[in-house]
Design a protein around this ligand. Sequence first.
Ligand SMILES: C[S@@+](CC[C@H](N)C(=O)[O-])C[C@H]1O[C@@H](n2cnc3c(N)ncnc32)[C@H](O)[C@@H]1O
Length: 239
Amino acid sequence: MDWDAFFTVHRDLPREGPGLADDIAWTGRLSATPRDGHVCDAGCGPGGDLAALRQLVPEGLVDGFETVAHFVEAATVRFADDPSVRIIRASMENLTGPYDLIWSAGAVYFLGVTRALEAWRSALTETGVVAFSHPCLFTDAPSEAALAFWEGEPGSIGTDATTRAEIASAGWQVLGSRQLTHEAWSAYYDPMLERCEMLEAAGTSASVAAAIAAARKEASDWRAVSGDTGYMLYVVRPA
Ligand SMILES: C[S@@+](CC[C@H](N)C(=O)[O-])C[C@H]1O[C@@H](n2cnc3c(N)ncnc32)[C@H](O)[C@@H]1O
């Protein structure tokens, strides 16, 4: 992987994975996060979810944790005028909180469900919850193409049943779950495809052209496999 070329494509995008503000509103209803609560966005990327998280806690605080420098910068610039949002360049594995809600869109798989939940248990308030979106196979007999879609991503991709088993064996319970919609995926892929067009029109190196081709392939592969795989969103708390 040519990371410079990859991050030339993955720059100046509103978000770096599927998701909608409505997923956060739904999480807020399930978690009953207090208006003056303390929320963490673990693996916040460029900050695509911070505005919706901010709405959940209009009298509270939101911390974004992210390790990639230009995502940290993008999120910081986006919320430069809002003292209630702090962006921290540090691993989400070392949270202290205490948080009423740890939100993590498409980032838990970098650590694995068990490791993330173990790391976050002590970073929650007594009534705090974790909400995370996570890759999922929607069938026990996925197509080769669906399995291939996740090749190169960290960890192994399971079904809803295997993720729930991991959550339970870590000593947590599921308050609710739902599948991310096609609209949520479009919120990620549409701006990325527009950026590919913009970069191409401006003229690119061979390595960026390869990264553009890979990004387009990923978006088109997802459309082909979306019946078999996608993301589930889980809201969980210690049992
Ligand atoms: C698929 S992206 C999703 C970004 C963002 N949540 C969104 O939906 O736009 C996953 C993010 O997790 C970040 N990440 C991975 N491991 C991390 C860690 N240990 N600490 C903080 N961020 C991490 C990556 O840098 C990346 O920005």
